[in-house]
Structures are given as C-alpha cells and as structure tokens.
Write a protein that binds this ligand. Structure first.
Ligand SMILES: C[S@@+](CC[C@H](N)C(=O)[O-])C[C@H]1O[C@@H](n2cnc3c(N)ncnc32)[C@H](O)[C@@H]1O
Length: 258
C-alpha cells in the first residue's frame, strides 16, 4: 500500500483501458504493481475467476463488495462477464466513493456505491466510531456473494465483530462470503503493525494481525460458519476464508460411497 494517502486529490477523471474505466493512478491501492493497467485488470479478473471457482459466483449473482476501494472487483466482473445482476460497493473512503459513484455507477447493470461514514484511523479518521452495531444501507438476505478483500486486514477486532454480525443479516440463504485477512496461531488477539512480520509496516492500521481462534470463534458467534480456509496465500501473506450461514436444521447423516 505504498501509494497510500487518505486525503487523495484526484487529478484525472479515469484511464480508459480495454473498454473499461480504470481509476487514476494516484487513487489506486495495493502498491506499485497496481499502477500498471495490465496488471490491475489481470488481478481483478483473477479475483472474479477465483470467486467463480470457489463460491459459485456468476453474472447472475448479487454481489456486495465491502471495502470496495475504487471498484477493482467490479472492473474484473465487467471484463469477464460484461454484466452482473446487482453490484453494491461500500467503503469508508470518501475519495474512492466519489470516484466510483461518478465513473462506475450505472442503472444497467445495476451498480451503486455508498459511503459508510465509519471511523477508521487509516481511511476515514473523521468518521463516527462504531459503538456496538453497524448498519449497512442494504436489505436483509440480499446478497449471494459478499466480498472483503484486504479490508479486515486494516480494521480493529471490535469493528470486525460488528461487521460479521451485519454480514450475517444481509447474506442470502445459500450465499457465500469471501474475505482475506492476517490470521496466525499463538499470537495476541489483535496486533497492529507486528514487528518482523513479512515486512515493515508504517502508519495506523497498515497491518492488523488477528489470532486465528479468536477470529473463528467470532465468525461462529455471528451466526456464520467456515466452509473453506487457505493459509497465507494471498495479498502480502493474508489468508482467505469462505463463510456461509449457520444451518440450524437437524443434522442429516450422510454416507459417502466411493
Ligand atoms: C487495501 S484497500 C482494498 C480495496 C479493495 N477491496 C481491493 O481489494 O482493491 C482497503 C479498503 O478497505 C476500506 N475500508 C477500511 N475500513 C473499512 C470499513 N470499516 N468499512 C468499509 N470499508 C473499509 C478502505 O477505505 C479501503 O478502500
């Protein structure tokens, strides 16, 4: 996140690349690699293919992209499918929501971006702190796919807890949540910018590392379960999870046959 600033001035409207609007370079997250348009687009398409393979994501999905930044995921979706049933992007970063609302919102496909004015020391230092609960401005059980890529990696544990509860409210019955964060065994519940962990971290919330068991208990207590876990395989060493709604119906024993 070397090109990070939370008071970004947008100096250019957009970059038109392969028929898509990409954000101006001074607005992009993720370090220098993402300044290259080819890399930016390829990484967004790879994300979409991963979601298709692991979460059954398709152009018929309703997707909620929490911490959407400049809509990198949407760019990948439009490049791969050309359309989407519904896309909503939420973020606390005003400049990103201003840019995406102006350049990527549309009625067809139905694409919208909304600002969450929630306190985050790194991305929205003037926002309002979550006291207990958080409310996303979207209907209950609406989304088949909810995505948080590199978002919990910059959030406090108590805020993550509130988010998981709200994610449970808006996830569709057979829906999937795909998220990435830094989790490890044998570490404190929450640590900011841990020394000697992958690289040098600087500035508020550059890296939040969470104890794996603490996080997984929190998932369960929010009414969600873990379908999939992959350790340290993405974005700077983050792990990824796929979650779904806890199913409290009586267990039906199944016998697997070869
Ligand atoms: C590293 S960027 C990742 C952006 C995007 N998900 C991507 O992969 O390109 C982290 C994003 O999370 C957003 N963010 C941080 N805290 C948030 C919160 N509490 N709610 C929603 N978004 C948040 C930031 O504003 C920023 O856009």
């Amino acid at each position: 996140m070397d090109n990070f600033s939370n008071s970004t001035q947008v100096t250019q409207d957009y970059i038109f690349y392969q028929g898509l609007r990409l954000p101006p370079k001074n607005l992009r997250w993720g370090g220098p690699r993402y300044l290259d348009d080819e890399f930016y687009l390829k990484s967004s398409k790879d994300r979409v293919k991963l979601l298709a393979n692991l979460c059954g994501f398709s152009k018929n999905s309703r997707v909620l992209d929490i911490g959407c930044g400049q809509g990198c995921l949407l760019t990948g979706i439009l490049s791969v499918y050309g359309e989407i049933k519904e896309y909503v992007g939420l973020d606390v970063h005003q400049a990103s929501i201003d840019w995406t609302s102006k350049n990527l919102s549309s009625q067809s496909p139905p694409v919208s971006f909304k600002l969450l004015n929630i306190f985050n020391e790194r991305y929205n230092p003037d926002g309002e702190a979550i006291t207990k609960e958080v409310h996303f401005p979207v209907p209950e059980r609406q989304f088949d796919t909810i995505v948080l890529v590199s978002v919990f990696s910059h959030m406090r544990l108590k805020d993550i807890q509130a988010y998981l509860k709200e994610i449970e409210r808006v996830l569709a019955v057979k829906g999937k949540v795909f998220l990435t964060l830094f989790v490890e065994h044998g570490v404190p519940e929450e640590e900011e910018n841990p020394k000697g962990y992958y690289r040098e971290w600087s500035g508020a919330l550059h890296c939040i590392r969470i104890n794996r068991f603490t996080f997984e208990d929190m998932v369960y207590d929010s009414g969600l379960i873990i379908d999939y876990f992959r350790y340290r395989h993405t974005n700077d060493g983050q792990s990824s999870y796929i979650l779904s709604l806890k199913d409290d119906s009586p267990f039906q024993a199944k016998v697997f046959q070869s």
